[in-house]
Every structure is written in structure tokens, then in C-alpha cells.
Design a protein around this ligand. Structure first.
Ligand code: NAD
Length: 500
């Protein structure tokens, strides 16, 4: 009998025995290892009932006490780090060390969010008029929802939940149905840390569950991360139903390689950023843009050498650089892109199709793939491939390289490798992309700055984590207060108050 992964609702695990289910695979073997329930609209509405009932008491708990729950949660996740990372790796397919990184990056936002007592402080101005003080306060929104992708099953739920909970909201997480176990474990740990029942809930599901969250008037805000078409759909549907929404989408991150860069450093950086986690990262570098033919020829040779040495295997095996993709359909999609690249005339330097791991022939593997002479009209340049495929798109000069990154419809991350401070400074100022690295291949900002792409990579006004997240999960109330002595009588005024 296949194991069923439970929801976590109202402070307890909930395992339905009827309804719709979806298979959860072990990508390393290709075997089904569990099934996950897909909540109905009624199921989701019951979760919202619980979250709504729990929220006022949580909001009334002082922020320091809310922060202490997050601090206890940090300790519990560290205690269980290895078992969580193994569980994550077994459903996602990323390596054990990379799975620990996924969890750790989430914890860094929990650490930041534990600063809630400071982050929620408002502003105060005295003497705005005779006896008049003006101050502002940040209040929680109520019940908020997070809808998250498969590729960071710990980090992104924690990026959403940390600031939302610290600000006094209750939170409903609809994680990816492909790797749903770690979010449930995180919910259990929040409760072990002292979070009241109903404040953090995990409900599994597909479009039916998501649409219920998007349309129910009790949900005040929706934080989404996933592919661009779904991000656009979530953003417009949530807005049409009067909700706040921040929706982050796909990416095509370029790395511009200037002729003065150290090409061994560049090649190492590109191999890690292009093929780590099988390329299934929104901040993966998928396009290398060497400037000048000489740089391009030398870089292509160095990359081809390194690609031939990459070790691909089961996610929990020792010494593996990257593991399988998340699903058979993902392998087929990426193989389709590789064929399209060949058909459109790119030069295939390494072909990862048909890759198998002995003893794991049914696993979802794809070898590293490298293309050269890719042009901006090709599908493998224009579209997000989301697999272990790195393309070299040559630029004649710096201005062309800058224009390529800036003109691409995605604008998540970009980096430049150079020893020229002038070029780097010009690039950071002019490039039309949300997150920029200088000699840093994956420029994911640290937790106390904010994370968000531009153009088709992000929809909404405020970014994830950093102070933006606290703005997103709170509403500002501004109070103008005047205390008059009993003897002052000014009479009625029919003119709008001004400072004159
Ligand atoms: P996805 O869009 O398929 O799914 C994301 C979430 O949306 C899941 O919870 C899924 O159940 C739900 N969903 C899927 N189809 C839906 C529909 N029709 N209606 C309502 N909900 C639906 O994305 P994915 O494959 O899980 O994740 C990979 C994508 O996420 C990539 O495009 C990657 O670039 C992107 N991503 C972006 C960022 C970022 O910060 N910009 C970070 C991580 C991942």
C-alpha cells in the first residue's frame, strides 16, 4: 500500500483516505514512493476556517514572543537537519549537501524575521501642530497564502512563512505536489516550537486548491513562486479578487565574460552555476556571454573539458555533482529543447540525452549538455530550459553583451566576470535585470536584502525577504493624535487642515 503524505491543518496531521491523489516519485530510481492528496475546494475552505480562527490571538501575541517561536524553530531544524535534507533530496533529486543549503537559505530568512520587534516598529513625529503627534504602526493582514515551486521545497516556503508569521498573520502553504514532505515536517517543527494550532497550515493540491485560495475573500495576500505563465495567472487572479500579490517567475540568467577575466575562475563558476541542482534553479546561469571571439574560443574549450568530468548520479550517493531531474516529463521537455537547439543550428559540444546510471536505469537523469554559437532567435536562448543545459551566446563587444542581458524578456539574475572596475560599475548601473553579481555567479541576495527579478521574472511591487517582506505582509496605519487642554476652545473649522 503506497504511503500517503498528510496535510497539516489546525495543528495536526490530516491524512485523507478518499479524494484525488498524485504520485510522488524518487527521481533517483524513478519509483513511486508515496502519494499526495489533492485538496478539494471544500477542504481548502476548512483550512481557511482554522487559519482565520487562530489569527487574532496570534496577532495579539507580542512580537517578541512571536520571534521566540521562530528562534526555537531554528534550533529544531538544526537538530533535524540531516533527516530533513535526506527527505528533501529523496523527493527532489538534488544532492544531500545542496539539500542542506536549500534548508539553510530558508533558515537565514527565519533568523532575519526574528527581528520582528524592530522591523514592525512604526514612525513617530511629535509637534506636527499644536499638541499634535503623528505615528504609524504596521498591522498584520490576517490570513495569507504561499504557493511554492518544487525546486526549493524548504527555502521558498520559509521565505514566505518567516516574515508572514513574525508579522502576526496566519499562513496557508500550498507547496509543490512533486516534493511535499519537507513542508509538512517544517509545519510539525513550528508546532513543536510553540506555534499555536491553525497559524501555519500545509494543504496539498493542484489548480483547484490554488483557485480556492485565490478567490476566497478571507485570504488577504498571496505570495507565489513558480513558472512565469502561472505567476502571471496568479497575479492577475489574486488582484482581480482584491488581494495583495507578489509572484516570481522563470529566468534566463546570463553571465557576461569580459576578455580580461580569469577564464579558469569563470569556467569553474559557470560549471557550478549552470549544472548545480541539474540546472533546476531560478538563479542558475544558463547563458554564458563571452565578449570577443578569442574569449569565446578559450572559454568553450575550458567548459567542454570540465563538462566531460561532471559526475551525475543518485542524489544521496557520495561524490555526485548533480542528481536526477524532478520528473520524467522534465527530462523529456529538456531533451526536446536540445533537439530544437540542434535543429536551429547551434553547435552541440556535449549531448546529455540518453544518459543512464547503471543500476538506476529508470531514474530521471540527463547528462550535462553544452551548446556553442547560440543566437538570440533560438528557442534554447529565448526560453527557460530548466535543466543541465548551458549555452554559449557570443557577443562581439561589451555593449552587445549588455544589450543581450537587458533585452531578454526574463530579468531575474545576471553576472559579469571582469577585472575592470569601470566595466563592472557601468554594467551594474545599466543592466535591466533585478539581481546582479560582480564576479559572483549566483547573486542570490542575503536574507536582509530583498530578492526579486524584473520583467517576466517578477510581478508585484514588493520583493521577497528583507524589509520588503515585512511591508508585504503588513498594512500601515497612520494615527494623527491631538491632546487639547480643557480650556482651549477653537470652534468648528470648515477648511482642510494644513501646516500654514
Ligand atoms: P510551476 O509553475 O509548475 O508550479 C508552481 C506552483 O504553482 C506549484 O505549487 C503548483 O502546484 C502550482 N501550479 C501549477 N500549475 C498551476 C495552475 N495551472 N494553476 C494554479 N496553480 C498551479 O513551477 P515549478 O515547476 O514547480 O517550479 C519551477 C519554476 O519556478 C521555474 O520556472 C523557476 O524559474 C521558477 N522559480 C522562480 C523563482 C524566483 O524567485 N523567481 C524561484 C524558484 C523557482
Amino acid at each position: 500500500m503506497t504511503r500517503t503524505i498528510p496535510h497539516f491543518v489546525g495543528g495536526s496531521l490530516l491524512t485523507p483516505d478518499a479524494g484525488r491523489f498524485s504520485d510522488v516519485f524518487d527521481p533517483s530510481t524513478g519509483a513511486v514512493q508515496a502519494r499526495v492528496p489533492l485538496a478539494s475546494a471544500d477542504d481548502v475552505r476548512r483550512v481557511i476556517d482554522d487559519a482565520e480562527a487562530a489569527q487574532p490571538a496570534w496577532a495579539a501575541t507580542n512580537p517578541q514572543k512571536r520571534a521566540r517561536v521562530l528562534l526555537r524553530f531554528l534550533d529544531l531544524v538544526h537538530r533535524d537537519m540531516d533527516s530533513l535534507a535526506r527527505l528533501l533530496s529523496s523527493e527532489h533529486g538534488k544532492t544531500f549537501d545542496d539539500a542542506k543549503g536549500d534548508i539553510q537559505r530558508g533558515l537565514e530568512v527565519i533568523e532575519f524575521s526574528a527581528g520582528a520587534p524592530h522591523l514592525l516598529k512604526g514612525e513617530f513625529a511629535t509637534g506636527a501642530g499644536t499638541g499634535i503627534d503623528v505615528y504609524s504602526m504596521r498591522q498584520p493582514l490576517g490570513v495569507v497564502a504561499g504557493i511554492t515551486p518544487f525546486n526549493f521545497p524548504a527555502m521558498i516556503p520559509l521565505w514566505k512563512a518567516g516574515p508572514a508569521l513574525a508579522a502576526g498573520n496566519s499562513f496557508i502553504l500550498k507547496p509543490s505536489e512533486r516534493d511535499p514532505s519537507v513542508p509538512v515536517r517544517l509545519a510539525e517543527l513550528f508546532h513543536e516550537a510553540g506555534l499555536p494550532a491553525g497559524v501555519f497550515n500545509v494543504v496539498h493540491g493542484d489548480k483547484e486548491a490554488v483557485d480556492t485560495l485565490l478567490t476566497d475573500p478571507r485570504i488577504q495576500a498571496v505570495g507565489f513562486v513558480g513558472s512565469t505563465p502561472i505567476a502571471e495567472y496568479i497575479y492577475s487572479t489574486a488582484a482581480a479578487h482584491g488581494k495583495r500579490a507578489q509572484c516570481f517567475g522563470g529566468a534566463k540568467n546570463h553571465m557576461v565574460v569580459m576578455p580580461d577575466a580569469d577564464l579558469d575562475q569563470v569556467a569553474d563558476a559557470l560549471i557550478g552555476a549552470g549544472y548545480g541542482s541539474a540546472g533546476e534553479r531560478c538563479m542558475a546561469i544558463s547563458v554564458a556571454v563571452p565578449v570577443g571571439e578569442e574569449t569565446a574560443d578559450a572559454l568553450a574549450a575550458k567548459l567542454a573539458e570540465r563538462v566531460a568530468e561532471l559526475r551525475v548520479g543518485p542524489s544521496l550517493a557520495e561524490g555526485v555533482d548533480y542528481g536526477p531531474l524532478v520528473a520524467r516529463s522534465a527530462v523529456e521537455r529538456v531533451e526536446g529543447y536540445i533537439q530544437q537547439g540542434v535543429d536551429e543550428g547551434a553547435t552541440l559540444l556535449a549531448d546529455g540525452r540518453g544518459f543512464t546510471v547503471p543500476g538506476h536505469e529508470a531514474g530521471f537523469y540527463l547528462g550535462p549538455t553544452l551548446f556553442d554559437h547560440v543566437t538570440t532567435d533560438m528557442a534554447i536562448y529565448r526560453e527557460e530550459v530548466f535543466g543541465p543545459v548551458l549555452v554559449i551566446a557570443r557577443a562581439a563587444d561589451y555593449e552587445q553583451a549588455l544589450a543581450m542581458a537587458s533585452d531578454h524578456e526574463f530579468g531575474n539574475g545576471v553576472s559579469i566576470f571582469t577585472r575592470d572596475g569601470d566595466a563592472a560599475r557601468d554594467f551594474t548601473a545599466r543592466v535591466n535585470v533585478g539581481m546582479v553579481g560582480v564576479n559572483v555567479p549566483i547573486p542570490v541576495p542575503i536574507a536582509y536584502f530583498s530578492f526579486g527579478g524584473w520583467k517576466k521574472s517578477g510581478f508585484g511591487d514588493l520583493n521577497q525577504h528583507g524589509t520588503d517582506a515585512f511591508r508585504f505582509y503588513t498594512k500601515t496605519k497612520t494615527v494623527t493624535s491631538r491632546w487639547l487642554s480643557d480650556t482651549v476652545r477653537e470652534g468648528a473649522s470648515f477648511v482642510i487642515p494644513t501646516m500654514s
